[in-house]
Design a protein around this ligand. Structure first.
Ligand code: NDP
Length: 280
């Protein structure tokens, strides 16, 4: 029987736990989110993050900037947030407008406030096997979800489709650290289907609807769908859910799988950064 990996349920437990821990704090953790432009999906994501932060009892600060904001102005705002003692965590919502150098912006965030482990100093630590301040939200959420269902990673063949700095690349590194045998696939990968058929776990983060079809999946494989796509106005992942479901042992739904876990990890990371900054 196929088991649904219920990200919403686990995310709710995590946030409830954070709410309880936050209620006794005199000074609350504070998350700052910068959003530049009016990308409709980004506006929804930021609103959901702010809502969740406030439900937990965190302080939240959203800095909306126009599409034509200058890079200099954006950087200045990050420097101000870096200096604000009451701000514990900073997130810059991606994508940024095309004229802005994403690298400069990410590198400007103080490493101890870099809530998604975006910067090269934090990501580099993770790559080298040292502990960064916090781990990146989406990969951390995926691994937490698999752990919650006692899905073994050690020694298993895991296919990660996608190699972005946000999802695929850090996820591959984190899975290797858990002794999984990882194949990192991308748009130039040949024979993706053959690799998929040899995989115990398939994690798709390509942003490509119906990429993972039933003929890619061997009986009993674990399927994690990170993709968020809109097809005819409907939200869908990368996996052909209805046809893959009967073959899988475990599978995430979209929505209700990785998405809520990403937000829960953002909240957990905000809390962890708060704790690190208030240790003494
Ligand atoms: P990017 O566009 O940055 O990266 C996509 C990756 O997938 C690239 O490495 C690309 O390869 C690869 N890819 C694209 N098409 C194919 C294909 N047909 N076959 C194999 N590989 C392919 O996206 P992100 O990593 O930022 O996000 C990926 C998806 O996950 C998106 O749908 C995004 O919306 C979603 N997402 C969901 C989150 C959640 O919480 N659920 C959080 C973050 C993202 P190449 O490098 O060669 O171009």
């Amino acid at each position: 029987m196929t088991v649904i990996l219920d990200g919403r349920l686990l995310a709710d437990k995590i946030t409830q736990n954070l709410k309880e821990k936050t209620s006794s704090l005199k000074i609350k953790p504070k998350l700052a989110v910068i959003i530049a432009g009016d990308n409709p999906a980004s506006l929804i994501y930021v609103k959901n993050k702010q809502k969740r932060a406030e439900e937990i009892g965190f302080e939240s600060l959203v800095l909306p900037m126009p599409q034509d904001v200058s890079e200099e102005n954006l950087l200045e705002n990050i420097y101000i947030l870096n200096e604000m003692k009451e701000v514990n965590a900073i997130l810059v919502q991606l994508p940024l407008p095309n004229h802005i150098n994403k690298f400069n912006v990410i590198e400007a965030i103080a490493p101890e406030k870099d809530v998604d482990c975006f910067s090269s100093r934090n990501a580099g630590k993770m790559l080298c096997g040292y502990q960064p301040y916090v781990l990146p939200c989406t990969p951390k959420g995926i691994i937490r979800l698999l752990d919650n269902y006692n899905i073994e990673l050690e020694g298993r063949n895991v296919l990660v489709i996608g190699r972005s700095n946000i999802v695929g690349k850090p996820l591959s590194v984190m899975l290797q650290a858990r002794n999984a045998t990882v194949t990192a696939a991308h748009s130039k990968t040949r024979n993706l289907k053959d690799i998929a058929l040899n995989s115990d776990i398939i994690i798709s983060a390509a942003g490509c609807a119906n990429l993972v079809t039933a003929d890619f999946v061997r009986e009993g494989a674990v399927i994690v769908d990170v993709g968020i796509n809109r097809v005819n106005g409907k939200l869908t992942g990368d996996v052909d859910f209805s046809n893959v479901y009967p073959k899988a042992s475990y599978i995430t739904p979209v929505p209700g799988g990785v998405g809520p876990m990403t937000i829960a990890m953002l909240m957990e990371n905000t809390f962890e950064l708060y704790q690190i900054q208030n240790q003494n």
